[in-house]
Ligand binder design. Structure first.
Ligand code: HEM
Length: 362
């Protein structure tokens, strides 16, 4: 028999619209008016989380291929950009929920305990898929994040921690960059010379700056030496790996050098797409951070300094999580190693030719 598709059924609206069960209205009590908004907003978030995960998983699958088919890169970017478009919607949704005042929330808050967004499995899956370092995760009263979840959900999340992550597949893809070595041309020593010249110039600028008194000059020079140290780690694999072991770097040494090369020579046609990918990942990190900060502010204005229904310190916990739970910080740090275009080592002609797009007719 021919199936007639019907809008209501296709969208599963019996389930979707029947899923707003107000805790305040249980046992025939008068419902707290704003609890409907509270539930609908959370559900809208969870739907968007579902879409984000859908995109993220397909992107990780594609980038996990060895080698990645260049033809797939457009789609990878397209899907990541879709996530980027969803992120501002998440932030805006908080503004709608902020029309609920602290007193409105108190009408039903106690009935929520111990449930909390802390238990959002999909949010944790997104974090894990992106590549949040499990060792960096904030604890809740000394216990892991999974301790507040059902056994089934805890197991699902623990399993997701060992699945491929966006950061992991990005690392492997970058480390395979064909242009990391240039035959006889020792790019990294040429780059090091350019960096040394830049450092010397910057140091001289501070040393001769007439507007600084001696104390401020020394302070600035001390701070400057820290930056110089940062450069040193770039050229010494062991120091890099040491930082990595201490969780201060996430990308492997090869991957970081490749990312640096891409951002320094992003004008070369072969690097256009990789460069866009790196920038989009930075945008995504910023977008998730904006979500976390907007949420922390909503929490501060709605419950003040109270603890959360899940038992954390509330907004203070959330602000600390926003700082710690970022994933692509290495890509932000690429900017530290930028050198003005006209001081960059010139790539050998044959390398530049390989990096150009060529169209051969006939
Ligand atoms: C009045 C509204 C809200 C309040 C007062 C609130 C409060 C809190 C608090 C205090 C926490 C920390 C855990 C705890 O102690 O419970 C938390 C965590 C969380 N909430 Fe909310 N929240 C609200 C709305 C939302 C909405 C609409 C979402 C969207 C899904 C959400 C998602 C989350 C997530 C994902 C976490 C875990 C964050 C992390 O651990 O990094 N919250 N919330």
């Amino acid at each position: 028999m021919e199936r007639v598709r019907y809008y209501w059924d296709y969208l599963g609206l019996d389930d979707l619209l029947g899923a707003q069960r107000l805790a305040s209205a249980e046992d025939g009590a008068t419902p707290a008016h704003d609890e409907m908004l509270f539930i609908v907003t959370h559900q809208a978030f969870e739907l968007w989380f579902k879409q984000i995960l859908w995109e993220l998983e397909s992107v990780v699958d594609t980038l996990a291929a060895v080698p990645v088919d260049e033809r797939d890169m457009g789609q990878v970017l397209h899907r990541l950009e879709r996530i980027k478009e969803i992120q501002p919607l998440l932030v805006q949704q908080f503004a709608v929920l902020e029309t609920m005042t602290p007193l409105d929330f108190l009408d039903f808050r106690d009935q929520l305990i111990p449930a909390s967004g802390f238990q959002s499995v999909q949010f944790r899956l997104i974090e894990n898929r992106l590549g949040l370092d499990p060792a960096k995760r904030m604890k809740i009263q000394g216990a892991p994040y999974t301790s507040r979840l059902s056994q089934e959900h805890a197991q699902r999340l623990l399993a997701s921690e060992s699945q491929p992550t966006l950061l992991g597949v990005l690392d492997a893809w970058l480390a395979r960059t064909p242009f990391l070595h240039f035959g006889d041309f020792d790019f990294w020593s040429a780059y090091r010379d350019a960096v040394t010249a830049m450092i010397e110039r910057d140091r001289k600028l501070i040393a001769t700056n007439a507007s600084l008194d001696e104390v401020s000059r020394q302070q600035q020079l001390d701070a400057f030496e820290t930056t110089v140290e940062t450069f040193a780690t770039l050229f010494e694999r062991e120091r890099w790996e040491d930082l990595r072991a201490r969780g201060k770097r996430r990308l492997s040494h090869e991957a970081f050098l490749a990312a640096l090369l891409i951002s320094l020579y992003r004008d070369e046609p072969a690097f256009h797409t990789p460069h866009r990918l790196l920038r989009t990942l930075v945008d995504l990190d910023i977008g998730f951070n904006a979500f976390r900060n907007a949420h922390a502010q909503l929490v501060h204005r709605t419950i003040g300094g109270r603890i959360g229904t899940g038992g954390t310190s509330g907004h203070e916990y959330l602000e600390a999580a926003a700082r710690r739970h970022r994933v692509f910080t290495d890509l932000f740090d690429l900017a530290t190693y930028s050198v003005p275009r006209d001081e960059l080592p010139r790539l050998p002609a044959e390398v530049r030719q390989q990096m150009a797009f060529r169209f051969q007719s006939g």
